[in-house]
Write a protein that binds this ligand. Structure first.
Ligand code: ATP
Length: 464
């Protein structure tokens, strides 16, 4: 994890929040490459969930919701973690995350000091709305995006004439006062979720539940994630949330072990039933095609962390490899290095590369354009080609240093394609297209470049 963390910081994916003040625990800032990656992961999920499904629509609900929402949802009462403190070293632990024998003996797992009794700690952040800080002004930062969907379910049926089964998708911030935040951006107090709630007729819920499990698994396959790093974990009776009829997590093998990435839950009719009860509104669905049959729909939820997915994508893409010296010297990558005075001999630092093997549709930069030399009009030609590519792709331009080093810099940022402009480009209008994963290079006509890149993205298959 240290390698991923340090690369993320060095290359401007993720910075510690408020670093100049010593940092803010549980909060992170996404730098130039990070925000691009995050936006692309969100866009890929959004496309998958809305564009590719006629029966799912989108929503962007407010973070601040009526406080009754959280009473109805059960969060005020149940959204707690068991907490213990060490009286000696003052470290705070989640009681369910320390060895049982320490808990029984009330012994700190770090320093052996005495632990306090376990107490319940609500994870919702409270604040006040309006000028008076009294209980009437109490409001919460939403701890999940799902409730914004439930309270809008009737609005969406009415405004968009949705018929069950249908879904509502939402991406947005959520806040949890997590007791332990570690492992970089894995568990943070401020994070983003990508949630889709699918409303179904009672009795069809189990079928839809297994359908959504299949679809979510297939999604990760399509995104080129290492499938042997994913597994299902079914919640046992002691793990099931108060609302859940059945629940599975998709777990990913992070550097610190298997951890939850996404939850697929059968939430029964709990949520809409509770909101109907607390709001006094009739939230039954009226099935006009079935003798106006009325029922409270069951909900199948797919709930993934966006920021946690970003960590997964970074870990999944991270690779270090020794670059075969024959490839290095035999290709024009090696030749180009020679041109710029680098020796490129076996065993040099250049024989190793760190590479982020992002799927091209997720990579923050899709194509980097570089002139072999700055002089003789090559830089101008490269800039012109970049201008053309900009319309269709996220581009970068780099003209400083040996070409081999420039390729390494792009490898580290996960840029799948580099386009190099050399003297031949001036003569015959061809450029070198270099592939991140294989490091292979081909000559392509400038006029065919955009279409070629489109095809390469579409047909991309991860080779390692
Ligand atoms: P955990 O058991 O890890 O606390 P959870 O079961 O409470 O998670 P859910 O409430 O099901 O998580 O949230 C759905 C998804 O939101 C999770 O699968 C995870 O990807 C993401 N998520 C939840 N809490 C956090 C957090 N504190 N930081 C980052 N992502 C989170």
């Amino acid at each position: 994890m240290e390698k991923v963390t340090s690369l993320a910081k060095r290359r401007g994916f993720v910075f510690q929040s408020s670093e100049i003040y010593g940092g803010q625990n549980g909060a992170w800032d996404y730098g130039p490459l990070g925000v691009e990656l995050k936006n692309r992961i969100a866009a890929a999920w959004w496309k998958e969930m809305t564009q590719l499904h006629d029966d799912i629509v989108g929503l962007d609900a407010a973070i601040l919701m009526h406080p009754r929402t959280w009473e109805a949802s059960g969060h005020v009462e149940n959204f707690t973690d068991p907490l213990v403190d060490c009286k000696k070293c003052k470290t705070r632990f989640r009681a369910d995350q320390i060895p049982a024998e320490n808990l029984t003996a009330k012994k700190c797992p770090d320093c052996g000091g005495e632990l306090t009794d376990t107490r319940k700690f609500n994870l919702m952040f409270e604040t006040h709305i309006g000028p008076a800080e009294d209980s009437a002004s109490l409001i919460y930062l939403r701890p999940e995006t799902a409730q914004g969907i439930y309270v809008n379910y009737k609005n969406i049926i009415q405004s968009n004439r949705m018929k069950i089964p249908f879904g509502i998708a939402q991406i947005g911030k959520a806040f949890r006062n997590e007791i332990v935040t570690k492992n970089f951006i894995f568990r943070t107090c401020e994070f983003e979720q990508m949630e889709m709630q699918f409303f179904v007729k009672p009795g069809t819920d189990e079928e839809w539940f297994s359908e959504w499990k299949k679809r979510r698994w297939a999604y990760y396959e399509k995104m080129g994630v290492k499938m042997d790093h994913l597994r299902w974990h079914q919640h046992g009776p002691d793990e099931l949330a108060h609302y859940a009829k059945d629940a599975y997590d998709i777990e990913y093998l992070f550097p610190m072990g298997w951890r939850e990435l996404e939850g697929v839950h059968n939430r029964s009719n709990y949520d809409l039933g509770r909101h109907a009860e607390y709001s006094g509104k009739d939230l039954q669905y009226i099935d006009q095609e079935n003798n106006a049959e009325r029922y409270i729909p069951f909900i199948i939820e797919t709930s993934a962390g966006l920021t946690r997915s970003l960590l997964m994508v970074l870990c999944d893409a991270y690779d270090e490899e020794q670059v075969a010296s024959d490839k290095n010297s035999g290709s024009s990558e090696g030749t180009a290095k020679g041109t710029n005075g680098s020796s490129g001999t076996a065993g040099s630092a250049d024989d190793w590369r760190t590479v982020l093997r992002f799927h091209p549709s997720l990579a923050p930069v899709t194509v980097a354009v570089m002139p072999l030399m700055k002089k003789d009009g090559l830089a101008e030609l490269a800039q012109d080609i970049r201008r053309e590519l900009k319309e269709d792709f996220a581009t970068d331009y780099d003209q400083s240093g040996a070409i081999g080093r420039r390729y390494r810099r792009q490898d580290e940022a996960g840029t799948p394609f580099c386009v190099t402009i050399d003297y031949e480009s001036k003569d015959n209008g061809t450029v070198t297209l270099r592939f991140r994963d294989s490091m292979e290079q081909v000559r392509v006509n400038r006029a065919e470049l955009t279409e070629r890149l489109r095809q390469e993205i579409k047909n991309y298959k991860r080779i390692k």
